[in-house]
Design a protein. Structure first.
Length: 263
């Protein structure tokens, strides 16, 4: 057994090794974060483009937003109706497009060169930024909303990213984060065979560990919601009440939290 690594959320030495996921050892900290040992982890997307057709099915342009993206923007609009919204790690831009259609001025930050070049060509109504961090051209305090849908679990140093997000948001601005929910009953049942234990997921959050990390970065929690995924035919109407019931029973394996930047 290797030496216990330090937690990327709170710098405490990890409390327990909980097993092997691919080439990585997973550890749990007293703060609740489960994380891959950075010494053994290597980001598979540092060497290939996530949106390369060899890695990902290609969507046809122009993009069409679905109920999934509209539901994401509905969570934003509980708190802020309009303004400048940046979708961090926004992929091909469907969430940003849903924000644009709801009346926001929408930006996408995305590391995939392919996603950004295709997006610029087909969706000029969105502002496209290529990279892993928000560029200096976006002034501090100039954004009303930043969203991260299935991004924070990929980032080896989430505190650095949250500090930058805090700077770029205006006081009172909104941060919405969605990640797989390590605290779900489904994860307890499946253990390390849970569908979200993947080689590119370096952090695993519960609502408590996510809230603790984000609040330490200068935010205040304002909403915690759960969603349930189904592998196929997401849009079948009869699945919606079933998904809500499963969430009430603790089987919501997607965690969506909203935070306000305090002063
Ligand atoms: Zn910790």
């Amino acid at each position: 057994m290797s030496a216990a690594p330090k937690c990327p959320a709170c710098d405490t030495t990890a409390k327990a090794e909980i097993g092997q996921a691919g080439v990585c050892q997973l550890w749990r900290c007293a703060c609740g974060l489960v994380f891959a040992d950075r010494a053994t982890w290597c980001d598979p997307y540092s060497i290939r483009d996530y949106y390369d057709p060899a890695n990902q099915p290609v969507e046809s342009y122009p993009l069409r937003v679905t109920a999934t993206e509209r539901d994401r923007i509905a969570s934003v609009r509980r708190f802020i109706q309009t303004g400048r919204l940046l979708d961090f790690g926004g992929g091909i831009g469907k969430t940003a497009l849903a924000a644009y259609e709801a009346g926001f001025s929408a930006l996408v930050l995305e590391d995939s060169h392919k996603a950004v070049s295709d997006g610029k060509a087909h969706h000029p109504e969105i502002e496209w930024l290529e990279g892993k961090k928000i560029p200096d051209s976006i002034a501090d305090g100039s954004l009303d909303v930043i969203t991260l849908f299935h991004v924070l679990e990929h980032l080896p140093d989430p505190r650095v990213v949250l500090a930058q997000i805090h700077r770029k948001l205006r006081p009172g601005g909104l941060l919405v984060i969605e990640v797989p929910n390590w605290g779900s009953q489904m994860r307890r049942l499946r253990g390390l065979r849970w569908q979200f234990v993947l080689d590119h997921h370096v952090n695993h959050f519960t609502s408590a560990s996510l809230t603790s990390l984000v609040e330490k970065s200068g935010f205040q929690s304002c909403a915690v919601e759960f969603r349930r995924t189904f592998a196929i035919n997401e849009s079948r109407p009869w699945k919606e009440p079933l998904k809500k019931l499963l969430c009430l029973l603790g089987f919501g394996d997607i965690l969506r939290c909203a935070f306000r930047k305090t002063a």
